[in-house]
Design a binder for this molecule. Structure first.
Ligand code: GDP
Ligand code: MG
Length: 456
C-alpha cells in the first residue's frame, strides 16, 4: 500500500502543471491503492470526495502558476485525510504506575491474542510496570501450555489451570491473586473460538464483569479484509473494547481491513504486531504511521527507539534530547544514530523509520542494507572533527546572493578518503539535511518531541 500511495504522490510531483485532470488522476491512483488493500469501499469514496473538496477550496483562490503550492495542497490534503482514517480522535487508556491496570484481550482464535498478550507484558515490564498474564482460555486444549511457555520465555508471571473448565472463575481468581501481589499490568487472555457465536460473546461479557478491565483490547489480524467491519462491530457490542491491536502487519496482509475497523467502531489502534517474536510490537500513532506509509519516515518511532537505547546512558540521552529540541543535529550526531540503528537489530525494520533514508536503502536482504549503512559511516569517518560537528554547510559553496552554487573541495577529499564517489558523499549530505530538518520540526513547542513527552 505504501509503495503505491508513494508512487501516486511522486507522479504528482513530476506533473508539469497541476490542474483538475492531474488531481483526478492522482486521486484515482490513491483510491485504487486503498481499495486493493481492502479498505472499506464507503470510506474510500468519502476520502476521495473530502480530498477533492479540500483541494478545490484551497486552489480556487490560489495562483495557478504556482504549481509547487498546488502540489503541496494536494499532498497535505491526502496526508490529512489518511490520518483521519486511522485517527478516531479518542484517547486510549494508559496504564498507570502504582496501581493495578487490568487489560483484557478479545478476538477470534488465531488472530494473535496469546502472542500479543506476552508482547504487551514484555512491553510494560520493560517500562517499569510489574506485569503478568492470566490465561482464561479454557476452550482450546493446550492454551495454558502456550501461555506458560511464552510467559516463561518472556520472564513474566502467569496464571492458569490445566483442569479448570470455567473461564470466568479462572480469570477472577488470577486477577485477584495478582492484584494482591501488587502487579501493575494484569493481562487477561481469553479464548476466541472459530466463529462469532453467542457463547463466545456471552463468555466475554461474563469475564468482563468478573475482572472489570480498565481496558479491553480487540486483537485483529491484518489479513481480515472486508470482514473487519462486521467483526469489529459484533465484538464492540458485547465486549465494548477501547483499543485495537492489529497483528501480522509484517506479513503480506494488506491491512486495509484494520483501518476500516477503526472507522466502524471509532476506536483507536494502539499497537501493531510485526512478527512472532517478543519484541515485535510497535506503538501506533496515526501521523507517524501515515508518514511512514507515504515514505516520509517515522521520526517519533525513531526517537522512541533512541530513547530506549539511551536509557542505559542517561547523560547522553539528555544531551541528545536537548540537541533535538534546539534543532541542532550535527553530522556527528547523525552518524551516531546510524550506528545506534546498526546495533538495534534487523536493519530493514528500523531503517524504515529514519526519514531521509531512501527506500532503496532497504532493498535486498538485511545484510545488503547493513552494508549500505556501513558505507555511510565510512564516508563520515573521512570527515574532519570540524566537519563532523558542523551542520554540513561547509560542504556547499554559496554565491554572493547566498544561494548554493556548487560543492567545495571538502567533498572531493571525503570521497577520495573513504573510497567512495562524489555522488555518494553528496547523497549522504542530502540525507543528513533531510534528517536535520525533520529534527527541527520535531523539536520546539509544537513539535512531535513535545507531543511525545506529553504522552509518557
Ligand atoms: P490466538 O489464538 O488469538 O491466541 O492467537 P496466537 O497468539 O496463538 O497466534 C496465532 C498465530 O499467529 C501464531 O502462530 C503466532 O505466532 C502468529 N502471530 C501472532 N502475532 C503475529 C504477528 O504480529 N506477526 C506474525 N508473523 N505472526 C503472528
Ligand atoms: Mg490464544
Amino acid at each position: 500500500l505504501g509503495r503505491k500511495l508513494n508512487a501516486a504522490l511522486s507522479s504528482l510531483g513530476r506533473a508539469p502543471v497541476v490542474d483538475e485532470k492531474v488531481l483526478d488522476a492522482t486521486l484515482k491512483e490513491i483510491t485504487a491503492a486503498l481499495l486493493e488493500s481492502d479498505v472499506n469501499v464507503k470510506l474510500v469514496s468519502t476520502l476521495r470526495q473530502k480530498v477533492k473538496a479540500k483541494v478545490k477550496a484551497a486552489l480556487d483562490g490560489s495562483d495557478k502558476s504556482k504549481d509547487i503550492n498546488r502540489k503541496h495542497v494536494i499532498q497535505k490534503a491526502v496526508f490529512d485525510e489518511l490520518v483521519n482514517l486511522v485517527d478516531p480522535g479518542v484517547e486510549p487508556y494508559k496504564p498507570k504506575k502504582g496501581q493495578p491496570n487490568v487489560i483484557m484481550a478479545v478476538g477470534l482464535q488465531g488472530n494473535g491474542k496469546t502472542t500479543t498478550c506476552t508482547k504487551l507484558a514484555v512491553y510494560y515490564q520493560k517500562r517499569g510496570l510489574k506485569s503478568c498474564i492470566v490465561c482464561a482460555d479454557t476452550f482450546r486444549a493446550g492454551a495454558f501450555d502456550q501461555t506458560r511457555q511464552s510467559a516463561t520465555k518472556a520472564k513474566v508471571a502467569y496464571f492458569g489451570s490445566y483442569t479448570e473448565t470455567d473461564p470466568v472463575g479462572i480469570a477472577a481468581q488470577g486477577v485477584a491473586k495478582f492484584k494482591k501481589e501488587r502487579f501493575e499490568v494484569i493481562i487477561v487472555d481469553t479464548s476466541g473460538r472459530h466463529k462469532q457465536e453467542s457463547e463466545l460473546f456471552q463468555e466475554m461479557v461474563q469475564i468482563g464483569e468478573a475482572v472489570k478491565p480498565n481496558m479491553t483490547v480487540l486483537i485483529l489480524d491484518a489479513s481480515i479484509g472486508q470482514a473487519a467491519e462486521a467483526q469489529s462491530r459484533a465484538f464492540k457490542e458485547s465486549a465494548d473494547f477501547g483499543a485495537i491491536i492489529v497483528t501480522k502487519m509484517d506479513g503480506h496482509a494488506k491491512g486495509g481491513g484494520a483501518i476500516s475497523a477503526v472507522a466502524a467502531t471509532k476506536t483507536p489502534i494502539i499497537f501493531l504486531g510485526v512478527g512472532e517474536h517478543l519484541y515485535d510490537l510497535d506503538r501506533f500513532s496515526p501521523q507517524p504511521f501515515i508518514s511512514k506509509l507515504l515514505g516520509l519516515g517515522d521520526m517519533q518511532g525513531l526517537m522512541e527507539h533512541m530513547q530506549d537505547m539511551a536509557a542505559q546512558n542517561p547523560d547522553k540521552q539528555k544531551e541528545m534530547a536537548k540537541k533535538l529540541e534546539e534543532g541542532k543535529l550535527s553530522i556527528r550526531d547523525w552518524r551516531e544514530q546510524i550506528q545506534n540503528v546498526m546495533n538495534m537489530g534487523p536493519i530493514s525494520k528500523i531503517a524504515s523509520m529514519i526519514p531521509g533514508l531512501p527506500q532503496d536503502m532497504l532493498a535486498g536482504s538485511d545484510e545488503d542494507a547493513s552494508l549500505r549503512m556501513k558505507r555511510m559511516v565510512y564516508i563520515t569517518d573521512s570527515m574532519s572533527a570540524a566537519e563532523l560537528d558542523s551542520d554540513g554547510s561547509m560542504f556547499t559553496e554559496v554565491g554572493k546572493d547566498g544561494r548554493p552554487t556548487g560543492l567545495t573541495w571538502r567533498v572531493t577529499r571525503v570521497a577520495k578518503g573513504s573510497g567512495t564517489t562524489i555522488r555518494e558523499v553528496e547523497e549522504l549530505l542530502c540525507q543528513y539535511r533531510m534528517m536535520a530538518n525533520m529534527a527541527k520540526q520535531a523539536g520546539g513547542k509544537n513539535g512531535w518531541l513535545q507531543a511525545m513527552q506529553k504522552m509518557q
